[in-house]
Design a protein around this ligand. Structure first.
Ligand code: NAP
Length: 249
């Protein structure tokens, strides 16, 4: 194991673009050393360069989070290299939308594996270094689809609801070790994931969202930054919907 890194070390999955890239930047701005994780090294390095240009500290690590063994090895590698792992943000996620009657087993399994199982493996691997450090913050990125459902997304909604139950259970298991676990559930946010939606759906979202617009990735990042902060120490097992008011009732 290398000498202990002085700054708190944060791992952010899906940090190559969209919400994950903004989360990484906000944690770096909090003074964390951020480990950027995704499959595309070029894009990870572009986010790393932005963070460093702003005076922050980051590194890129490629990992296909659909591969559980690779996720565990990535987390172990971070601990080996830095002697600590303080913050874990499970943000990487995919959609494979289809109406349930037409959805294949593969479409269901791919989404559960990438969105839920990977987060479990990462949390399990990260809990030990957090316990050693007597401090930890786990933040899992769910979705309003996991809270209220969405037609065409039984796989995605199941994975995102699963993250909620998993996080609350982890919060209870790890509270005695000074490790908190919380969920941020975004509404419709402007990223590559929602860019593919038909304009009619985007307009519909704006109509039924009380704040009358889609959200920005940076608005999710500020919620994550709170849960990752020193000041959130008495907050655990919570689900914060950042959705323009969509699910408030
Ligand atoms: P996005 O723009 O599609 O970005 C997804 C990120 O996940 C990318 O960095 C991608 O990197 C990474 N990723 C996907 N599969 C991966 C894999 N197998 N291994 C490693 N990395 C992988 O998505 P986003 O909109 O930023 O969403 C981020 C999270 O927020 C997701 O969990 C999503 O479900 C959730 N969310 C988004 C919205 C929204 O409206 N955008 C709403 C609710 C919840 P590479 O392709 O480089 O691997």
């Amino acid at each position: 194991m290398a000498e202990k890194t002085e700054k708190r070390v944060a791992v952010v999955t899906g940090a190559s673009r969209g919400i994950g890239a903004e989360i990484a930047k906000s944690l770096a701005a909090q003074g964390r050393h951020v480990v950027l994780v995704a499959r595309n090294l070029e894009k990870l390095d572009a986010v790393k360069a932005e963070i460093e240009a702003d005076g922050g500290s980051a590194e890129s690590r490629t990992c296909d989070i659909a591969d559980g063994a690779a996720v565990a090895a990535m987390i172990d590698g971070v601990f080996d290299d830095h002697g600590r792992l303080d913050i874990l943000v499970n943000n990487a996620g995919i959609t494979r939308d289809n109406l349930s009657m037409r959805m294949s087993d593969e479409e269901f399994d791919d989404v559960i594996n990438t969105n839920l199982r990977s987060a479990f493996v990462a949390c399990r691997a990260a809990a030990r270094p957090m316990m050693r450090g007597k401090w930890g913050r786990i933040i899992n990125i769910s979705s309003v689809a996991g809270l209220v459902g969405n037609p065409g997304q039984v796989n995605y909604a199941a994975s995102k609801a699963g993250l909620v139950g998993m996080t609350k259970s982890l919060a209870k298991e790890l509270a005695g070790k000074n490790i908190t676990a919380n969920v941020v559930a975004p509404g419709f946010i402007e990223t590559d994931m929602t860019d593919v939606l038909p304009d009619a759906i985007k307009e519909g979202v704006k109509t039924f969202t009380p704040l009358k617009r889609m959200g920005q990735a940076v608005e999710i990042a500020s919620a994550v930054a709170y849960f990752a902060s020193e000041g959130s120490s008495y907050t655990t097992g919570q689900v914060l919907a950042v959705d323009g008011g969509m699910t408030m009732c």
